[in-house]
Design a protein around this ligand. Sequence first.
Ligand SMILES: C[S@@+](CC[C@H](N)C(=O)[O-])C[C@H]1O[C@@H](n2cnc3c(N)ncnc32)[C@H](O)[C@@H]1O
Length: 265
Amino acid sequence: MSSEHIKRSNQTGWDGMADSYQATTAISVDDVHYGPLGPGERELGLLGEVRGSRVLELACGAAQNSIALAKQGAVVTAMDISNKQIRHARRLAAREGVGVDLLRGDMESLGMFKDGIFDLVLSSFGWEYVPDLGQCLEECARVMAGGGKLVVCTVHPLAAFEWDEESQDLRVFDYFRLPVEVWSEPEHGLEVGATFFHTIEEVFGLLTAIGFAVEQILEPSPYPITEMSEAELRTVPYRGADWERQYERMSRVPFTIIYTARKRS
Ligand SMILES: C[S@@+](CC[C@H](N)C(=O)[O-])C[C@H]1O[C@@H](n2cnc3c(N)ncnc32)[C@H](O)[C@@H]1O
């Protein structure tokens, strides 16, 4: 399948899934999230002061992260390949009373932006859908100012593997040749979508070769949700019943990985 075909399929899939994704996932519009059940920006403090910063969020979904940053005084542009997700984002930004520049587009091709115009590029669970991560990172570097920050969270490479339902062990066959996950959502009009995984060494190598200095790599464990009150649970910036069902596994094997990097001046 060609790269363009994969992206079109992922777009169709996300157009079909957008309503149920937004209905079944509780995502904060006051804290930036870095993945299911884990700590967000309030706890991790990865972004620094954002007031006045020019921010680009890629694969924004309903733009909850962008809305949270706009509330803190950042000047935010957010982009997603799915029209349906962007429609959710427009409604949510209006409801929250903040201005976010919302665009439909592909995060591998940022041709609508001039060079060097963003101080921060952020993406939360989007780059695993991109067939050519190197191309995406080249584009990120191009639109970022020297010294600008890239903060990305994505699926951990160990999430490429399947769990043994009986023993509840993760079956890691070959870490060095991570599988591409081919998925299908026929009820949402999607025959074939694809998720791409990358080893940590591969991502580090790409970032470094493209001109980023990697600052942090985090593998956050989930909050201890089984010990938390309802009120405490509501402070978790990204949650939902589907994720809570996977808590036990996620508390043993990381699901999320976060990279922070700075564009060399
Ligand atoms: C798991 S959702 C995450 C959305 C949002 N960042 C969040 O955390 O809720 C993945 C998003 O990636 C978007 N996406 C997939 N491929 C993309 C691409 N090539 N360019 C831009 N967005 C893409 C999908 O439309 C979807 O909204």
